[in-house]
Design a protein around this ligand. Structure first.
Ligand SMILES: Nc1nc2c(ncn2[C@@H]2O[C@H](COP(=O)(O)OP(=O)(O)OP(=O)(O)O)[C@@H](O)[C@H]2O)c(=O)[nH]1
Ligand SMILES: C[S@@+](CC[C@H](N)C(=O)[O-])C[C@H]1O[C@@H](n2cnc3c(N)ncnc32)[C@H](O)[C@@H]1O
Ligand code: SF4
Ligand code: SF4
Length: 338
């Protein structure tokens, strides 16, 4: 327990560390890694620039000593990082890590769920934007069909994972999938979370009119179901959750655009090459890898991390306007860690 909890300029503590384990992905979702930018000749990070598992664990231990207790492994597509279960085992063994989750597109989950479970992972968030095969294939930019992902979700749930599903909703693209997705996952008692389309990176074609807001989605759901708002599981929870009357199933909304949640944001992000970011919409990170590889001691690293957090005043979503969206240079989400 820290006697002087670390706080940023807006008195927000540090609680979560979102670790990107790779900048690569087997999908090309247009809202995240549009094909036109992430083409055949795109220069992804070479392996030598990625933090090693030992480097990630060393930093994780330091973050934990500053107040972090929740870890999320993400990317890019985290299941593309080789030997990921080894990292899960190592992070699970760090005293003070109370919760760890993984966010994945699920394509490689079928083959990896068992070793990940054996390594200690219990929570999976699987992203899926549509059940309709053609539409899903277009949205992921690579023609993948949803069938294998749906099977992997069922298997993971049966194996004991707590599984949630993330769906990014874009106007004119997949609103027609809101009710079919809700019915499908309600039946399986798997929480489906609708994510408002965000203006991450600089090239994802975002505009306000393409955002389908929580209120609009809720209205669609309420035309069929009776829903009741649920209490937050913990302060700073990203999703607002609702329960279906008469069922243990839940839905959630991640409302970065219509109801931003920066005032309770306690999330730090570590990119796969070791840069520390204090906001999903950041333009610049702090290079921890150069310190790690330059022989910095733990005290030096701790002092640097503390300083970055103490100086933090990010609240991009609170301040979002057409103008900030256009004028701010932002790092891509697949790199920074979604
Ligand atoms: N704007 C914004 N979006 C976030 C933030 N944290 C997570 N998200 C978005 O929320 C969506 C779901 O993220 P997940 O990776 O599933 O993580 P989570 O919802 O925090 O996970 P749980 O611990 O299961 O609640 C993704 O689109 C993230 O990019 C944040 O701090 N700001
Ligand atoms: C960047 S991905 C990384 C993990 C993994 N590849 C996946 O898709 O689950 C993390 C999450 O960010 C979401 N995401 C990506 N771009 C987004 C955007 N522009 N707006 C809202 N959510 C987005 C994805 O749907 C996914 O749930
Ligand atoms: S959202 Fe995830 S699956 Fe889609 S391109 Fe981004 S990193 Fe890949
Ligand atoms: S926009 Fe930035 S500060 Fe606001 S909740 Fe997201 S990551 Fe946190």
């Amino acid at each position: 327990m820290n006697t002087h909890p670390l706080q940023d300029q807006l008195r927000r503590p540090i609680h979560d560390l979102r670790i990107s384990v790779t900048d690569r992905c087997n999908f090309r979702c247009s809202y995240c890694m549009p094909k036109e930018i992430f083409g055949e000749d795109y220069a992804f990070l070479p392996a030598s620039e990625l933090l090693t598992f030992d480097e990630i664990c060393r930093l994780t231990r330091l973050f934990v000593s500053l107040g972090v207790s929740k870890i999320r492994l993400t990317g890019g597509e985290p299941l593309m990082r080789r030997h990921l279960p080894e990292l899960v085992t190592k992070i699970s063994a760090i005293p003070g890590v109370e919760d760890m989750g993984l966010t994945t597109n699920g394509v490689l989950l079928g083959g990896q769920a068992a070793p990940l479970y054996a390594a200690g992972l219990r929570r999976l968030n699987v992203s899926l934007d549509a059940l309709e095969p053609e539409l899903f294939g277009r949205m992921n930019g690579r023609g993948f069909r949803p069938g294998m992902i749906l099977e992997a979700i069922d298997q993971a749930a049966a194996a004991g994972f707590e599984v949630k599903v993330n769906m990014v909703v874009q106007r004119g693209v997949n609103e027609s999938e809101i009710l079919p997705m809700a019915a499908y996952f309600k039946k399986r008692k798997i929480t489906l979370r609708f994510i408002e389309f965000m203006d991450v990176g600089n090239d994802n074609g975002w505009s306000y009119d393409k955002v389908v807001t929580k209120q609009e989605i809720l209205q669609q759901l309420q035309s069929v179901y009776t829903l009741e708002a649920l209490e937050q599981n913990y302060s700073g929870e990203v999703a607002q959750r609702y329960g279906y009357l008469g069922s243990p199933a839940q839905v959630g909304f991640i409302t970065s655009v219509s109801e931003s949640f920066c005032s309770t944001c306690s999330r730090a992000r570590l990119s796969s090459d070791g840069k520390l970011y204090t906001c999903l919409f950041a333009s610049k990170g702090f290079d921890l890898r150069i310190m790690l590889r330059g022989g910095a001691g733990d005290e030096e690293l701790l002092a640097a991390i503390k300083q970055v957090w103490e100086q933090r005043s990010d609240r991009y979503s609170d301040e979002r306007t057409e103008e900030t969206h256009r004028s701010k240079a932002k790092i891509g989400m697949s790199y920074i860690g979604g």
